[in-house]
Design a protein around this ligand. Sequence first.
Ligand SMILES: Cc1cc2nc3c(=O)[nH]c(=O)nc-3n(C[C@H](O)[C@H](O)[C@H](O)COP(=O)(O)OP(=O)(O)OC[C@H]3O[C@@H](n4cnc5c(N)ncnc54)[C@H](O)[C@@H]3O)c2cc1C
Length: 486
Amino acid sequence: MKDRSIWLENVVRETYPTLDKDINCDVLIIGGGITGLSCSYFLKNTHKNIVLVEGNRICTGTTAKSTGKLTYLQGDLIEKIKNIHDDEDTYIEYLNSQKEAICLAKKIIIENKIDCNLEPVNSFIFTNKSIKTNSIKTNYRLLKKHANVKLKNSLPIKIKCEKALEANDTFVFHPVKFVLGLAKIVQDKIAIYENTRVTGIDKENNYLIAHTKNGDIKAKKIVLACHYPFYIIPYLFPFKTTIEKSFLVASTVDKTKSFSAINIDKNVISLRYHKDKKNYMILATESGSLNKNIDNIKKRDAAIWRMRTLFSPDIEYAWSNHDIMTTDYLPLIGAVQENLYLATGYNTWGMTNGILAGKIISDLIKDNDSEYKDLFDPLRDEKNIPNVINYNLKNGYSFLDTKLDKKRNFYDKNVKIKKENGIYYGIYIDENKKEHKVLSQCPHMKCNLSFNYQTKTWDCPCHGSSFDIDGNIIYGPSKESIKIKK
Ligand SMILES: Cc1cc2nc3c(=O)[nH]c(=O)nc-3n(C[C@H](O)[C@H](O)[C@H](O)COP(=O)(O)OP(=O)(O)OC[C@H]3O[C@@H](n4cnc5c(N)ncnc54)[C@H](O)[C@@H]3O)c2cc1C
């Protein structure tokens, strides 16, 4: 079994250069996931000078670890949106936006012949608890006038189901092949730089200056398509968002079926099939808020156990992923300051919302307007004060927890937290008995790091940054590596 995402296997990638000098541009897009590349796609014919920078390789972040479903049946999100936003229109607008995003994805893939395993599937939300059947019926009532949905009593596979809702105009695809396909389409018109991490943004007259290790980028406009933004945006990050992490496994199966499903129960199970050289079932489960130190191996093994007992023993891949949740269940897409745009907070539905964000932000850049400008306005009024308080209490607790609990009980003889001269260090001892020692604190917000045995990385349990055993940054929001004790 490989501890990596199935989507990162056997993909053919172009290599893009690393920025090594100062440059100017009209629009700088920071982040090479589905959001950044969708934005590039919609801006490619504007005759503007556009640059995209990615701190790592293109599409190795959250997008590369998702389940790759394009659906508007997103658990019980529609019901949650309806309950928080009093006006009838909000959930309908959100639903329509997701349907539009699915149509956009299909159009882009077909028109540009992107080979990304796009497959029409029936998607389901379901419950295996009789107490939750009313919630499925509520979702049906909310959706039936606006979407092609049917109530069902079972799923196309043998798994306990009390009630389900089915939609048939939805898809699954290979998220990495899709994003790499977009990069190939835009690369003649847009300068793409890999391994180019932005470490800060300053304002200079009418320009924004993004700093990277080997050069500054002077831009008229900047799009933050970097998942969790790498700097604090007052009232938004980290105060109105939280992070949810889930564990995924892919197992070989005899046959695939044309459906995807997610339950609305406390123990989330999300399923889909994937046909490649072999047939796979992908299962995501063990979801939980990322505001506690997580024993990744325990959680991974629980996901493996679930796949084995419910479906198939032949696990080939296991990985984890996290996404940003918003307090009012709507994404944050739009301008956050003059000439600075943000797209994030997709509540685990970023395949549709990432593509949509590309469209919305490109419309805002081109015409200063978009149909969804108000719905997703990142600076909108807060609709869910109890949720904000709850999130902040949890985040505060999480921060304290990382501070107090310095010696994780799941560390073994290869991993140690050691205090020297009042400073805590994380030490990983490799197979050759070599010690790798780093400060055990994340440069982003000083949370104490937690060792992840699954990926052999030091991870921030509060905001999701990840570093290798020598402290080199793999994933933000931290914008720099952690210090290494010589
Ligand atoms: C378990 C799980 C399953 C999911 N499945 C689905 C699904 O089936 N369907 C669906 O719609 N959604 C799904 N999602 C949600 C979806 O994966 C995400 O919302 C989406 O991938 C986010 O895309 P992104 O482009 O914003 O972020 P990313 O893909 O993470 O891209 C951001 C990029 O920015 C780069 N970056 C960060 N900081 C900097 C910096 N300072 N300088 C330069 N580059 C930087 C990162 O390296 C990264 O490559 C799932 C989420 C989870 C957790």
